[in-house]
Ligand binder design. Structure first.
Ligand SMILES: [Zn+2]
Ligand SMILES: [Zn+2]
Length: 362
């Protein structure tokens, strides 16, 4: 079939060259049939030329759609790449504003009204959450997720990346925004302006977790202040509005901003964190979730059961992600800031069973 296409293409090119340089005889006796024939030849050539743009043994309607949508993908990828910087600035700005409001308006109220025990607890808990989320956000943003080496022989690969033209190890996927392959790719996060992969997956998840906890902490501890501020703001519109100083009215607005922002982020990010916790418990990344779902469906139609080769059991999956090897690591590596690298190089993966066993599993 391939030869036939090539032959037709070369014939059409020959014909088209003849069309461009008409022969003397044809020019002299150019009748209706001659013009019609040439038009047909030109049509054949154009059609073949168009087909040659997308033809290969794997071409189908999906490839055509991908080609048609390529400019849109390009715009989305570039916009996401550039907006990543804006999103990072937004995270830093909003977090800083929340911290400043807590320092100026919430902590003084805590010191004034709470007992010594609760004051120390608030001070300790608030600062621990702040340090943890700032550390993990910084590390998740600046740590490269890991990429397969470009000029190394004998890589343990499972396929070739069509865009990078390099061998792809297991669990590696191409990120069109970073325009490179990423080891154990989870997703591209615009809030980090970075891909989440093998080397920064733990930082990403810990950031989500501590940011959620920090927002829940701020939302719960400022709830009474919020209710007071809200009723005070409502009283602004009474016929005889109460007299508030500039500092008091600023405090009301800042506390309402703090509570609404932290409560919204706690709900939205809490949902995302739960979703990622579910994926980690299953030993899957976000990309693998889609692939495994398709595989499960495909194998079910064949009467087989899909088993994820990277699912080592719930607890072990968590230990692998968090780098917990001894019981003391739960404190030093999970509850305190730690820069320890993940286990393995992200290229060779320990499977819980062989591929043959997976395919034969019924
Ligand atoms: Zn690639
Ligand atoms: Zn990326």
């Amino acid at each position: 079939m391939g030869c036939s296409w090539r032959w037709q293409l070369s014939r059409a090119m020959r014909l088209s060259l003849r069309w461009c340089r008409p022969q003397r005889g044809a020019r002299a006796g150019g009748g209706k049939a001659g013009v019609g024939g040439r038009l047909w030849e030109l049509w054949t050539y154009t059609r073949l030329l168009l087909r040659s743009l997308y033809f290969n043994s794997l071409a189908d309607s999906d490839t055509l759609l991908d080609c048609a949508f390529e400019p849109i993908y390009w715009i989305v990828d570039n916009v996401t790449r550039w907006f990543g910087v804006v999103f990072v600035c937004l995270v830093v700005l909003l977090t800083t504003s929340v911290v400043v409001i807590v320092y100026i308006f919430v902590l003084p109220t805590v010191f004034r009204t709470y007992s010594a025990f609760w004051t120390v607890w608030h001070f300790g808990c608030g600062h621990w959450l702040l340090v943890m989320l700032a550390f993990h956000y910084y590390k998740a943003t600046v740590t490269p997720p890991g990429h397969p080496p470009k000029n190394q022989q004998g890589l343990p690969s499972v396929s070739i990346c069509k865009k990078c033209i390099v061998p792809k190890p297991a669990r590696t996927h191409h990120c069109s925004i970073c325009n490179t392959c990423v080891l154990k790719m989870d997703h591209h996060c615009p809030w980090l302006n970075n891909c989440v992969g093998h080397f920064n997956h733990r930082y990403f998840f810990s950031f989500c977790l501590y940011m959620t906890l920090g927002c829940v902490y701020c939302s719960v501890s400022s709830r009474n202040l919020f209710l007071e501020a809200y009723s005070a703001v409502e009283s602004y519109y009474q016929t005889a509005p109460p007299e508030y100083s500039f500092r008091e009215s600023s405090a009301h607005k800042c506390i309402i901003f703090l509570w609404v922002l932290t409560s919204s982020v706690a709900v939205a990010l809490g949902g995302l964190t739960l979703w990622h916790a579910t994926l980690i418990s299953r030993g899957e990344t976000s990309v693998e979730r889609h692939i495994n779902r398709k595989e499960t469906k495909r194998l079910r139609q064949q009467g087989k059961v899909f088993r994820n080769p990277y699912h080592h059991g719930r607890i072990d999956n968590w230990k692998l992600l968090l780098g917990v090897e001894t019981p003391s690591h739960w404190l030093t590596r999970v509850l305190l800031p730690s820069s320890h690298p993940p286990r393995g190089d992200g290229m060779a993966w320990e499977c819980v069973y062989g591929r043959r066993e997976e395919l034969l599993a019924v």
